[in-house]
Design a protein. Structure first.
Length: 406
């Protein structure tokens, strides 16, 4: 069976200008559908004379996915808003049924329409959604001069965004709310984050932000090596200079999974996620787990998975093979490194840091048995000494790293 003949599920993007703007190919798929799926607004556009079975979205969405699976092989047509592949239903259905099952015909999406209205080059704008996602995700994208497009959860989202920007020291940022773009109900509202008092409007809106920090705002980079004071911690953390070197060895990349073992305040896992990856933090201390959760929210990585418990026992709670593992504590514990190595995906990177003689001896043994790289990182910081200044050394860190063969 060819990919074309296997396609039974069409997804038609519809803009604010309605069915009249849908291309002939999309109209034909709608007219030939045996099953029509969509929200009440979209299904109301279809003439009552259309004989197709009609399904509306259910909560949870997985129930509707199951409904569609039960109708596999029939001509099913999903009516979606704008571009179904931009944070849309097309992404979910593609994962559920595979690309060969789908025919996708998009309309101009909210981001494209917003870029056209504002004259912003789309490739220069960071795009994200807060629909069904925590507001704190926004914190990972705060940098001077950056431009953001944000899909809202509802009419309250613009005020919430303005409040977060103000709290984070970006109250001078310009905020534009674009409602029902491309249709007769289009409305554009402009203001500044600090003092935002514009009443809530339409639930269907996109927010454009031009970020402008106020004096005293914390300027944080996505490049690893955030200041230590960016994290809430109890002193047990991988310090800035060592953290930057550690993440350089781990080599974050988009979508890759890290296990941050003995996570402390979560600094390594959080910085990995700010660079585009996914992470699980494993920490046995309950108080530090609370610090990790607090840091993850404040630094824009609320989806950091957190497991409270000792390693390597906690490894059993995690499915799949990670792309990288960082052993930040407990490396001297029997079998800690060996079990991590077994779980690591082929081609993955294992990095372990040690500050005690016992842990350093363990890393030397791994180096003798497995090979890899062994390095010592020594950092001194200039600090006041009475009326003068002097270099105060941090504890040296021995770092072991090795890549698992493919």
């Amino acid at each position: 069976m060819t990919a074309k003949s296997a396609a039974w599920l069409s997804i038609i993007g519809i803009g604010e200008d309605g069915l009249d703007a849908v291309a002939p190919a999309g109209r034909a798929l709608i007219e030939g559908a045996e099953v029509l799926v969509g929200g009440d607004r979209h299904l109301a556009m279809i003439p009552a004379s259309h004989k197709a079975e009609r399904l509306t979205w259910r909560t949870p969405l997985s129930d509707t996915v199951a409904d569609l699976a039960a109708r596999k092989g029939r001509a099913v047509c999903v009516l979606a808003t704008g571009d179904p592949m931009s944070y849309g239903i097309g992404v979910t259905l593609g994962r559920a049924f595979g690309r060969d099952a789908l025919t996708v015909l998009p309309a101009p999406g909210a981001f494209s329409l917003a870029a056209a209205h504002l004259g912003w080059p789309l490739e220069e704008v960071t795009r994200l959604t807060l629909h069904g996602r925590p507001l704190s995700l926004l914190s990972a994208h705060l940098e001077p001069g950056a431009r953001l497009f944000i899909l809202s959860e509802n009419a309250e989202t613009p005020a919430q965004v303005a409040g977060l920007l103000t709290a984070e020291g970006y109250g001078a940022s310009s905020v534009v709310v674009l409602e029902h773009l491309g249709g007769p109900k289009q409305r554009v509202i402009e203001g500044v984050a600090r003092g935002w008092d514009i009443p809530a409007g339409a639930d269907l809106n996109t927010i454009a932000v031009l970020l402008q920090p106020e004096p005293g705002a914390a300027i944080l980079s996505k490049v690893p090596g955030l200041p230590d004071e960016a994290f809430h911690h109890d002193g047990q953390m991988t310090k800035r200079e060592v953290r930057a070197a550690t993440l350089a060895k781990l080599m974050p990349r988009r979508g890759a999974m890290l296990w941050d073992v003995g996570a402390g305040c979560g600094s390594v896992g959080i910085e990995w996620m700010r660079a585009g990856g996914r992470a699980v933090a494993i920490e046995r201390d309950k108080t530090r787990c609370r610090l990790i959760a607090r840091n993850a929210a404040s630094l824009g990585t609320p989806h950091l998975d957190l497991i409270e418990g000792p390693a390597p026992e906690a490894y059993g709670e995690i499915k799949g093979a990670p792309d990288a593992i960082f052993l930040g504590g407990g490396v001297s514990k029997s079998s800690m490194a060996e079990i991590a190595w077994e779980r690591l995906a082929p081609g993955g990177m294992l990095v372990a840091n040690a500050v005690t003689m016992e842990s350093e001896t363990r890393l030397a043994g791994l180096f003798a048995d497995w090979g890899g790289d062994l390095a010592r990182i020594a950092v001194s910081r200039l600090e006041p000494v009475g009326p003068y200044h002097g270099w105060r050394p941090l504890m040296p860190v021995t770092q072991y790293s090795i890549r698992k063969p493919l």
